[in-house]
Write a protein that binds this ligand. Sequence first.
Ligand code: ASP
Length: 415
Amino acid sequence: MTFSRRDFVKTSVLGAVVAKVGAPAALAEVPAQDHNAETAAPKHPVIICAHVGYPYVEAAYAFLKGGGDTLDAAIRVVKGPEDDPNVDTVGLGGLPNEEGVVELDACCMHGPTRRAGSVGAVRNIKNVSMVAKAVFEHTGHVMLVGEGAERFAVAMGFPRENLLTDRSRKIWLLWKEFNSDRDWWGPGMADPHWLPPAPDAKPQAELWRDRIEQLRQRAADLGIEPDFQMAAVRRVLFPSTGTIHCSVLNEKGEMSGITTTSGLAFKLPGRCGDSPVIGAGCYTDQDVGSAGATGSGEENIKVAGAHSIVENMRHGMSPQEAGMDALKRIVRNYNSDMTKLHYMDMTYYILRKDGAYAGVCLWEGSSAGHPHRFVVHDGTLRYQVATPLLKGFSQEWPPIPTVPEELKKDSVYLK
Ligand code: ASP
């Protein structure tokens, strides 16, 4: 969109008037930003979200077609996984921080009313997506964190509950024991099964096989059921990522976006990633489009990913170009050092006001045959493979040298 000299004069004059008398009536003089002039109106509603949201998209789409609000539709997509104790990346059953406490993050933007709400590091409340909405509905603030956010949620009627499920607690204990070479966690030398540290002379791959077998045995000792033991080991070695972002567009061209997560598993207490940061984990501008992110939160905050993408679209880039540009900024932050970049990943979910959309990612996925996918519903519900900026696969941090085949085969998500 170009900004003509006439527009500039109008806005300048308006600025002077508002500064002097604060007269809202003068706002009628401001030229509206009309992107419909450049982009066609949407033909049908569109929902785009992270793959964890898939089971809930059909119902949210029907709600939208029935005239439901765009943010309420997005909440329908993310609330299901927040309520599900078997999804360990959001809400109830999310993997905890390093002290065994679940801390949740969420933010949302309501395009039609141009409002935003966010909560960070919230304990004991599972539906943080709805709490984020309550922040803008019931306060003059945008962001609440920690204990204050929890107390606000309780005041709003959200039930306090223990979010650490038995399963998540056992995975956390397993993680403590896995990292217990240099601390007092895990069975001590008095334990009949105690083994001395493996000799350094063994080849790395063999060391890892031994260590994984020890972990599986420990999972059994902790009472983790047999068909979940390797899955629990996997979560310790490759802490799961499954943040959900959802952007929604209705037939009227109204848009909203939301992102919810339990954040990085075993993070430091109080750590907030990108998900509750308006402009990083989620950004919606009713004039342009909506975008959100999952992946390495710290990297996304540094490029203000969602906001950068929406601004790129405002200046004429397609959704895919806009997302690729944000990914290139992450690459730039590491001077294209591929060794470092391999230890991070990022997926962006992008929806433009005319219904055009894209899913882009830094790497193809975590391993061959497991590409990054996202969910789209524009009349037909489906998965799509996200377009990677770089060829190849991301690696876990901290790095492990060899991934045994049985771990590669195991599904990332609970069955
Ligand atoms: N972006 C999230 C965070 O950094 C993690 C994720 O997407 O899985 O907290």
